[in-house]
Structure formats: structure tokens, C-alpha cells
Write a protein that binds this ligand. Structure first.
Ligand SMILES: [Zn+2]
Length: 90
């Protein structure tokens, strides 16, 4: 045996969406097309676990959905931004 150590990186999440530009076909008025903010202090809203287990998380605005990828290029939900401002006491 050579004794060489190999660091294996487990990749469990599919990265099939390779778009880098904002998708202009997204509708900011449609909650399903928005990037929502979740309260990560609540274990029930752990995005990583939710993706792996395919369960819903609840956004600050009350919208519930099953996260499946990074919401890159999406307009951020305005209601979530407002709620986030209240939580952080800005
Ligand atoms: Zn929202």
C-alpha cells in the first residue's frame, strides 16, 4: 500500500442549475419565484436538512415551501425583508 491519504468530499446535493444570470422571467409578485428569508434560529427551518429530507420550511413572511436549491438570481421577497428588519431591530 502506498499509504496515501485521500480526502473524499461527499456531494449529496445535485447541482443541475448552472445559471448565473438573473432570470428575468421570474415574477417578483409570485412567492414561488422569490427568494425568501427563513429564521435559521429555529431548527425546523434548517434549509440543509429541509432539502435533504424534502420537507417544508416557513419563511418570515409566512410562505411555506420545500427548498430545493440556492435561490440565486431571484428577487428577494419584500415581506421577508420587512419582517427581517423587525427581527434584527434595524
Ligand atoms: Zn417571503
Amino acid at each position: 500500500m502506498s499509504g496515501s491519504a485521500t480526502t473524499a468530499t461527499m456531494t449529496t446535493l445535485p447541482t443541475t442549475d448552472t445559471r448565473t444570470e438573473p432570470d428575468t422571467s421570474l415574477d417578483p409578485a409570485n412567492p414561488a419565484d422569490c427568494a425568501h428569508i427563513v429564521d435559521q434560529r429555529d431548527p425546523a427551518n434548517d434549509i440543509t436538512t429541509a432539502i435533504v429530507e424534502g420537507r417544508e420550511v416557513t419563511a418570515l413572511c409566512g410562505y411555506r415551501w420545500v427548498p430545493y436549491r440556492e435561490p440565486k438570481g431571484r428577487p428577494v421577497c419584500e415581506a421577508c425583508i420587512e419582517a427581517y428588519g423587525r427581527i434584527t431591530g434595524s
